[in-house]
Ligand binder design. Structure first.
Ligand code: NAP
Ligand code: ZN
Ligand code: ZN
Length: 352
């Protein structure tokens, strides 16, 4: 198969820095869309994968699954997009399309495993997939999203992962008026969860370890803020929340957060720390609480989320960076030192 070589940033080993490299993009199939990448968000999953914290990373690895850009070419049978359209690509680029999950539009739970934007297997190229820290990408039109024209494009990129990963469980839990919702961990995912749950009409309670985010959380839309390192504040808020979305990337005591739930309350984990999180039986048994997880969102739901954000004028609070500063950005991400999402300006890669 003919391929096109494009510039990218990736890593050769778990402990190595990311550096410039060249990767191959497949020639367009009839259903493919070629996209010139303009911006790509930096998700904590990029860092977990680049450093092989979950195991299973193939090297070289090019992360990036919060992609926005412009269509430059379309295959013969493409009907949804045309050259010049502004589009997005999130965490998935394909799935089997035949299993129960795919048929129900929850392709993220494809029984054969969805094909991820990076560190998966590209069935057309017979090679691994490479992500959005690159100049261009080729994706089947069914896994391409339309981005709202009224939103700032760079600040829209994080919606493709952080947006849908929080929107999906919030919708699934019927978050809305009359519900008191806790959001734990105010990073890229958490700050979008605050904005989205507020727009859904919920009473939003931020639960953070960072003193510096206490005031800022209210600006993001929080009605209340709990500093989780303050035992008195945690105690005062015990048994008050209907639902908690846990967006924490590192080890934390899940039992402390379960204590904030009312009877029949539930906590959904989207954060994916490297090591297991011990849960005490009595944290759940007492007051019939539930503990669950959620993976990104389906393609139709991702479009629904983008349209919702367009309607409510919701985007991410971003810090725009150059591609060459990605290693410094990873170090800062680990310290929680970003308000609230790094987004790479891909012109910095193209012009070098
Ligand atoms: P991020 O921007 O780094 O935010 C993580 C936040 O977690 C931090 O800002 C901090 O918030 C909190 N935190 C960090 N260390 C903590 C600790 N030891 N105890 C308590 N809180 C701590 O990361 P992100 O990009 O939002 O991603 C969050 C997690 O979700 C990652 O593990 C990522 O891989 C995962 N993820 C999962 C999915 C999915 O489909 N389920 C999709 C995307 C990402 P405070 O300063 O407010 O405490
Ligand atoms: Zn992500
Ligand atoms: Zn499937």
């Amino acid at each position: 198969m003919n391929t096109t070589s494009v510039k990218a940033f990736g890593t050769e080993a778990p402990e190595a820095d990311l550096k410039q490299m060249h990767i191959e993009r497949r020639a367009l199939t009839a259903k493919d869309v070629a996209i010139d990448i303009l911006y790509c968000g930096v998700c904590h999953s990029d860092l977990h994968t680049a450093r092989n914290e979950w195991g299973g990373t193939s090297y070289p690895n090019v992360p990036g699954h919060e992609i926005v850009g412009r269509v430059t070419q379309v295959g013969d049978q493409v009907t949804k997009y045309k050259v010049g359209d502004l589009v997005g690509v999130g965490c998935m680029v394909d799935s089997c399309r035949e299993c129960e999950s795919c048929k129900e539009g929850v392709e993220q739970y494809c029984e054969k495993g969805n094909i991820q934007t990076y560190n998966s297997f590209d069935i057309h190229l017979n090679k691994q997939t490479f992500g959005g820290y690159s100049e261009a990408v080729v994706v089947d039109e069914d896994f391409v999203l339309r981005v709202p024209e009224n939103l700032d494009l760079a600040a829209t990129a994080p919606l493709l992962c952080a947006g849908v990963t929080t929107y999906s469980p919030l919708r699934h839990a019927n978050v809305g008026p009359g519900k008191k919702v806790g959001i734990v961990g105010i990073g890229g995912l958490g700050h979008m969860a605050v904005k989205i749950s507020k727009a859904m009409g919920a009473h939003v309670v931020v639960i953070t370890t960072s003193q510096s985010k206490v005031e800022d959380a209210k600006r993001l839309g929080a009605d209340e803020v709990i500093l989780s390192t303050d035992a008195e504040q945690m105690k005062a808020n015990a048994s008050t929340l209907h639902f908690i979305l846990d967006c924490v990337s590192a080890q934390h005591d899940i039992n402390a957060y379960l204590g904030l739930l009312k009877r029949d309350g539930s906590l959904t984990l989207v954060g994916a720390p490297e090591h297991p999180l011990p849960v005490a039986a009595f944290s759940l048994i007492m007051n019939r609480k539930s503990f669950s997880g959620s993976l990104i969102g389906g393609i139709a739901e991702t479009q629904e989320m983008l349209d919702f954000c367009g309607k409510h004028n919701l985007t991410s609070d971003i810090e725009l960076i150059q591609m060459q500063d990605i290693n410094k950005a990873y170090d800062r991400l680990l310290k929680g030192d970003v308000k609230y999402r790094f987004v790479i300006d891909m012109a910095s890669l193209k012009n070098k």
